[in-house]
Design a protein around this ligand. Structure first.
Ligand SMILES: C[S@@+](CC[C@H](N)C(=O)[O-])C[C@H]1O[C@@H](n2cnc3c(N)ncnc32)[C@H](O)[C@@H]1O
Length: 259
């Protein structure tokens, strides 16, 4: 599989892909993390900054730190959230922040860490005593409609397609809770977040896939023209052949626990 930083480089394509769900997901995530004005918060794997920006709205940009290994995403996040401390770094090798954050959060990132246990350990180490450490991941196997329909269409053509519902290590609430408990987080609990996004038409949804963005895009870009067209058509059918604007629902699983 392509490295995570290689498949996440275009902020524009990201925004048109899963980034479309980012604002609503971020608001629900922040509520679950109980962030209030004046809290110090760290966003790990910030991407182009959906969560970072929503955090800055709540607590003030100067109270927000964020990291991501992708330099182009860090640049986009810095431009979006002026005043936040945004750095190029991975979860596994966080900068020396000290134990100073009231909440340490990561959104749609755990499955892209090279070593998730090391990444969550580092997040716990950056949190103040009893502060919340939170993450959310898509429900790849079922409730993330866009990715589920994409992979079901891919599997129809190619039974060996790398369906994220199968390849992602942390897909269920039980897997997330076990990761939190293994990393020493206390009172670990999980819940669901439901969001939605609207598309102008099917081509609006399809456009970012051939750019190679994320695992679904990387798979799409690897296909020859004929297979890609078959995937496009199968994906369209699975979404009910929408003739104009349409809305898709997406479920994410959230986990939180205390440092
Ligand atoms: C699906 S995006 C999520 C971005 C953002 N959190 C959001 O909600 O839009 C996954 C992000 O994880 C980042 N990433 C990949 N490996 C990472 C690691 N080891 N530590 C931290 N972030 C990582 C990628 O660069 C990418 O920005």
């Amino acid at each position: 599989m392509e490295s995570a930083s290689g498949m996440f480089s275009s902020a524009d394509a990201y925004q048109r892909h899963v980034g479309r769900y980012g604002d609503a997901l971020s608001r629900a995530h922040i509520e679950a993390a109980g962030v209030r004005r004046g809290d110090w918060v760290l966003d790990v794997g910030c991407g182009p900054g959906a969560l970072t920006c929503a955090l800055a709205d709540v607590t003030g940009a100067e109270h927000v730190a964020a990291v991501d290994p992708s330099p182009s995403f860090v640049e986009a996040c810095r431009a979006r959230v002026v005043g936040a401390d945004v750095r190029v770094a991975s979860a596994e090798k966080l900068p020396e922040f000290g134990r100073r954050f009231d909440a340490v959060m990561s959104q749609l990132v755990v499955n892209f860490m090279q070593d998730a246990e090391a990444g969550i350990d580092a997040m716990r180490a950056a949190a103040r005593d009893r502060a919340l450490v939170t993450s959310c991941v898509w429900d790849y196997a079922d409730g993330m409609t866009m990715l589920r329909a994409f992979w079901d269409a891919a599997l129809e053509i190619d039974p060996t397609a790398p369906d994220e519902g199968r390849t992602m290590r942390y897909c269920t609430p039980a897997e997330l809770r076990a990761l939190w408990e293994t990393c020493g987080l206390e009172d670990a609990e999980t819940s669901a977040i439901e969001v939605q996004a609207t598309y102008a038409d099917f081509e609006d949804l399809w456009a970012p896939f051939p750019t190679g963005l994320g695992p679904s895009g990387a798979y799409c870009a690897s296909l020859d023209a004929g297979a890609r067209e078959a995937l496009h058509d199968g994906f369209f059918r699975r979404l009910g052949e929408p003739s104009g604007a349409f809305t898709l629902r997406a479920r994410a699983w959230l986990v939180r626990g205390r440092a």
